[in-house]
Write a protein that binds this ligand. Structure first.
Ligand code: FCB
Length: 477
């Protein structure tokens, strides 16, 4: 006979978790300004490259734009309450550059800064640690018109902007990341053109990648020189790159793609130099004449942490005559100099993005950064998956997304057991949002967003994540 004070299932909940995370592990969720804020022309905000790009015909699926997005700019207090209900310990968001410094140079726009001050205050009021990303892809259009990231001066503009934001928010924000995924900004923005500003020239992508890192280094120095303390890092999207077979050609393909995807950024930032083999691979594309003597020292300015965004693995093979890449982000020119490398699909389960699900790749990636590059604390600043969701009787059940999070958190725990100083994990994303060139057609959120009514519905993965945070661990399988 069951005890009426003990509802069925309660002993299950009380079961000790099998995998406990370190005390103070920072459990969070992430978003980015252009993907959620909307209010594109309000409060003194001017256009970014993503406004221009999304308003250009044929650039995004169904012509979707971030004009309204999740209307977070107007719904921020309610969104923070939702975060608190889910028990988030931290929230990673980005600052919209053209909202706080319209046009990308000159004085701050107080109204824009005030929005972020209110957000940060609201987070603190709910015991949630704010985590600022300074650049999540929304370059002010005027700076693009002046040359964009392929132009050196954009790095200086970025450092000024970083100082301005830090001056305004540094008294209440401890964690700062300069760039989000410079690979995407450089190689999708200026290489394949699948992302804003939509330019397609390998040489520009290589220059953009360098100036993004230079901007990161200068911004890091600016933050350190500011009047508030800051823990500073950068977020890189890293992939394990595996050869499809045993041939030397496949191994060389993997070396090349690893160079462009990972070592292009890891080596300058954490070792102060470009890898020789990468420079040789890129020789037909760029002579690296844009690199000045002092740059690598600036780029490798000491950091306090490294953020890793992890989604999937690349499996690659030697070129075959006439083979064409099939996916937008694998378009030839996002791999300048190595366009003919083949990306192989293994037939394992994929997400709605067609990205292969590969949780062991997260262990591999975190171990590699720690074992080959740095002793710094690491954070998974993004990890998550898109799946098709449906609201049924007011609920959204998303077992595939839940399983993705579960598998990757087990992987994160395995990395910690292997000695990786992993200090936190941010789910991508808090809520469904504008998924760049895919518009609103891909849902990554733990919270469902009905874009007509702006109603938020926490999915079952959100409820599950709240329980993981409460336990600081995962239940036995
Ligand atoms: C990352 C981006 C993020 C989101 C996820 C799915 O590359 O940083 O904004 O688009 O992918």
């Amino acid at each position: 006979m069951s005890n009426p004070a003990t509802p069925p299932g309660v002993d299950l909940l009380d079961q000790r978790p099998e995998l406990i995370f370190p005390p103070d592990f920072l459990w969070g969720a992430a978003t980015a300004a252009y993907q959620i804020e909307g209010a594109a022309t309000e409060g003194g905000r001017t256009a970014s490259i993503w406004d221009t790009f999304s308003h250009t015909e044929g650039r995004t699926v169904a012509g979707h734009t971030g004009d309204v997005a999740c209307d977070h700019y107007h719904r921020m207090p309610a969104d923070v309450r939702l975060m608190a209900e889910l028990g988030l310990r931290s929230y990673r968001f980005s600052i919209s550059w053209p909202r706080v410094q319209p046009g990308g140079s000159g004085p701050a726009n107080q109204e824009g800064l005030d929005f972020y001050r209110r957000l940060v205050d609201e987070l603190h009021a709910h015991g949630i640690e704010p985590w600022v990303t300074l650049y999540h892809w929304d370059l002010p259009q005027e700076l693009e018109d002046a040359g964009g990231w392929p132009a050196r001066d954009t790095a200086n503009r970025f450092a000024d902007y970083a100082a301005l934001v830090h001056d305004a928010l540094g008294d209440r924000v401890r964690y700062w990341t300069t760039l989000n995924e410079p690979w995407c900004s450089a190689f999708l923005g200026y290489g394949s053109g699948a992302h804003a500003p939509g330019r397609s020239a390998g040489v520009e992508a290589v220059r953009a990648g360098h100036h993004l890192m230079l901007g990161h280094g200068l911004a890091t120095q600016a933050l350190r020189a500011g009047r508030h303390a800051a823990e500073v890092g950068v977020t890189l999207n890293l992939y394990p790159v595996t050869p499809a077979g045993d041939s030397p050609g496949d191994a060389d393909a993997a070396r090349r793609i690893d160079g462009l995807a990972n070592r292009f950024f890891l080596d300058p930032i954490l070792r102060g130099r470009y890898p020789d083999d990468l420079v040789a691979d890129l020789r037909p594309v760029s002579d690296f004449g844009h690199v000045r003597d002092e740059d690598l020292e600036i780029i490798s300015s000491p950091l306090d942490l490294v953020g890793v965004n992890y989604y999937s693995r690349h499996v690659v093979a030697a070129p075959v005559e006439g083979a064409a890449p099939e996916k937008y982000w694998r378009a030839p020119s996002c791999w300048p100099g190595s366009e003919s490398v083949r990306f192989v699909t293994r037939g394992v389960p994929v997400t709605d993005m067609d990205w292969e699900i590969d949780a062991p790749g997260l262990v591999e990636t975190l171990r590699r950064v720690h074992e080959e590059y740095t002793d710094l604390p690491l954070y998974v600043t993004e990890n998550g998956s898109a799946f098709v969701d449906a609201v049924v009787d007011g609920r959204v059940d998303d077992p595939d997304r839940l399983a993705y999070f579960d598998a990757h958190l087990r992987a994160a725990h395995e990395a910690i057991s292997a000695g990786v100083p992993l200090r936190g994990y941010f789910a991508w994303s808090l809520m469904d949002n504008f998924e760049w060139a895919w518009g609103y057609t891909k849902r990554f959120g733990m919270v469902y967003v009905d874009y007509d009514s702006q109603l938020r519905v926490p999915k079952s993965s959100a409820r599950w994540y709240a329980e993981v945070i409460r336990r600081n661990g995962l239940a036995a399988q």
